[in-house]
Design a protein around this ligand. Sequence first.
Ligand SMILES: *Cc1c(COP(=O)(O)O)cnc(C)c1O
Length: 383
Amino acid sequence: MVDKLPKSAHPETIAAQALGLTDEATGSIVPGIHLSTNYERDENYDKPQDRSYIRDQGPTQQHCEQVIAALEGGAEALTFSSGIAACTAPFHALKHGARVAVSRTIYHGVLTWLEIFAADRGLGVDYFDAGNLDELSAIIAKGDTRLVWLETPANPSWVVTDIAEAAKIAHGGGAVLAVDSTAATPVLTRPIELGADIVCHSATKFLSGHSDVIAGALVTADTSTELWQRIHDHRIYAGPILGSMEAYLLTRGMKTLFLRVARQCENAMAVARYLHTHANVEAVHYPGLQSFPGHEIASHQMKGGYGGMLSYQVPGGRDEAIARVLRAGVFKRATSLGGVESLMEHRKSSESNVTTTPENLIRVSTGIEHVDDLLADLEQMLV
Ligand SMILES: *Cc1c(COP(=O)(O)O)cnc(C)c1O
């Protein structure tokens, strides 16, 4: 495949044209979906384009990875079979007994997995407050932390962490900073430019954007580190790779990433403002609201919007919150996020017991619908 875009191309252009790569054999604008698992060696017994087997050399996957790396401004990306496979890979790549510092507010699946895995692997885990990095500083000062893991904005309260500050603290103690940037997307935040070493995505969400692909990705700032090499090894030898069809669908989805995220941010802001003034709403958590504790950090860290994710709390507990969600019409009553359709869920029902999510919290993912339809739906739900 041939890279036809100028070096100066903007991320919007890189996304829309998937790096401008076309198929050399046919000239097709859309490169083919390569399903072959293996590649024929030539008359000298050399591998064609250095490929022999699909597990880490599929051209459809590699194209997708190149687009993700370019959008994040990273040196290399690796795709995975799911977001959680990507999130857990850096921990798998650590040596037995390593210490990690992990934000208390992250996607519940990673927290749950870490509780099991850390004990089995002898990993030492120190948890820190995502909104106040003094705790992280104190952990790093002890001097033996290998990896710092955080998510921003973070599920499900959307607390925002200052990535540049976290990177400074982590690097001061010789630790690597990994950021789950699923909710921010490379449209709004490029963590590597702010000092992060590794960026993680559940590409199931905004990157693919149509609620029909499960995929994950990691991006590195530097391919030469031992940790990144071990992540490569983990993917090749444990095998959590992305299938060719999924890689194709993910690349296709990313072509409209910028348009979708811009609209999702607009809709989320309108929904957050509406909920913020509503008498039957106790609290709204959205980085775009001036009353949000992390608003200042979000304003300089997130460019062009505050994301498509927010949560709100209603008076009462679990039953009252579920009763509200049951009245949703335009909003789909479903978990997950980042798709073109707006979603709403009683968050605690989707999480395991490791989280402290309040029972009256409803999580919203805004899609690309007309905002008036979303606001009208909320109005009839909240009367
Ligand atoms: C959904 C999600 C994950 C897990 O991704 P899957 O694709 O569902 O495996 C990880 N991190 C965040 C922030 C998520 O929203």
